[in-house]
Each structure stands twice: as C-alpha cells, then as structure tokens.
Design a protein around this ligand. Structure first.
Ligand SMILES: C[S@@+](CC[C@H](N)C(=O)[O-])C[C@H]1O[C@@H](n2cnc3c(N)ncnc32)[C@H](O)[C@@H]1O
Length: 217
C-alpha cells in the first residue's frame, strides 16, 4: 500500500488523519500489518475473540509496533477519550447490523468510536452497505462530516493496489442520489470517512439554547 501519493489510496486517507490508528476487529487481509509496513509507528488492533488476539500476538511478536488487545468495541473504556486520530472499521459495524438488537449495539460502537477519536479525527468505515442503509445510522448517532469513497472488493488488474479508493462521491441526506451516481460500480466496498468535528456539537448546543433564552421572561 502506497501512502505517499495523493491519488485516492486508503493509505493516503489514513495518512491524512492518522499517526496512531485504532483498528476494530482482526482483519483479513491484515490491514494493520500493511500499515506498519508503510511506516506507521503504532497500530492498535482490538477484537473480542481471545483466540484471534492470541493468534495475532504470536504471529506478530516480532513487530512490537503492531499491538493486539482483547477488547469489546462497545466498551473501549481502557482507552482515554481523544486517544486516536483514526479508527478503522472493516466489517465490524456490519457484524452488529446482522444480529439481534442491531441498532443498540451499532450505536454503542459508534458512540465509543466518537469518544476515543480526537477532534478532526476520522472514523473510516469500510462496509458492504450502501448509503441509503448506512447514512441515517451514522448521522443519527453523531455529528460527523461524512465523505463517501468506493473501494474495489478485488483488484482486477495487477496495476491496481489492494486498497485503492475512488475520489469522494457526492452524498445527499438519504444517500439516494449517491446510489444513482454509483451507476454500475456494484462490486465495491463503501468507505465512509466520518470526521469528528467538535464545533458541530458546540453549534448545535448554541442553537438549542437560543430559543429557551428568548423565551425567558
Ligand atoms: C465479520 S468479522 C469483521 C471483518 C474483518 N474485520 C475482516 O476484514 O475480515 C467480525 C470480527 O469482529 C469481531 N467482533 C465481534 N463482536 C465484537 C465486539 N463486540 N468487539 C470486538 N470485536 C468483535 C469478531 O471476533 C470478528 O473478528
């Protein structure tokens, strides 16, 4: 993965936001290993499965910058608020959306992601699910600035790099226009880059305070 070029690589997106990314759940292919190979100094991976974590710890015992920690993504309390400048999620939110109490668990995950992110940090969500299924959830939980990129599921040409991303696609409120704009690009992962912006919640708080103060006698 080449993070040195501004040509739409996932690595470039990570590079733009992250020095010490947090990766939710163990990934195949090993995204964390790719990032370390690209020069990242600290890449933290968490997963709820102790078998997976122990396997990865043994596999990468020679790479101390690649850390594997057993943790539930819905409760990342061992991490302080504002610890990471990027959180990468490939398919973990999707796991919750396939199970019982899907919205409850997905909401817990998103709230924890928002908490551990620094201001202007990025939640990079790589998912099968199209904007009309994901945007409402993302927007209902947090105030993000959201960009949508496409990531080919399989590199069809050897000249294509594994994590190659499109330029951002236009998004509207419900994602329907974006879905039309995708056209025949169906063999893709949708990659949402959600930027935490604390000024958005500050503005919202200010807006909600105005009417009540105007109503004061
Ligand atoms: C479908 S896989 C996600 C896809 C994987 N990231 C990939 O790219 O291949 C689901 C992963 O999420 C982990 N997982 C499920 N629930 C979790 C939770 N509450 N906290 C942390 N990891 C969890 C599972 O152990 C499993 O490794």
């Amino acid at each position: 993965m080449d993070i040195g070029h501004s040509d739409g690589q996932l690595g470039f997106v990570c590079c733009k936001y992250a020095q010490e990314p947090l990766i939710l759940a163990v990934n195949y292919p090993a995204l964390g290993e790719d990032l370390v190979d690209d020069g990242y100094q600290d890449v933290v991976n968490i997963d709820i499965s102790s078998v997976l974590i122990e396997t990865m710890q043994a596999k990468y015992s020679h790479k101390s910058v690649l850390k594997y920690i057993k943790m539930d993504v819905r409760d990342m309390s061992p991490f302080e608020s504002g610890s990471f400048d990027a959180v990468i999620d490939k398919g973990t939110l999707d796991t919750f959306m396939c199970g019982e109490d899907d919205i409850t668990h997905a909401t817990q995950l998103l709230k924890e992601v928002e908490r551990v992110l620094k201001d202007k940090g990025a939640y990079i969500l790589i998912t099968f699910d199209s904007p009309n299924n994901r945007l409402d959830l993302l927007r209902s939980v947090e105030l993000w600035n959201i960009k949508l990129h496409l990531l080919e599921r399989a590199a069809k040409s050897s000249r294509r790099k594994r994590w190659e991303l499109s330029a951002p696609r236009p998004l509207d409120r419900d994602g329907s226009w974006a879905t039309e704009a995708l056209g025949s690009h169906l063999d893709v992962f949708y990659t949402y880059v959600c930027i935490k912006d604390e000024s958005l919640s500050a503005n919202q708080a200010t807006d909600s305070e105005i009417p009540s103060s105007q109503n004061d006698p």
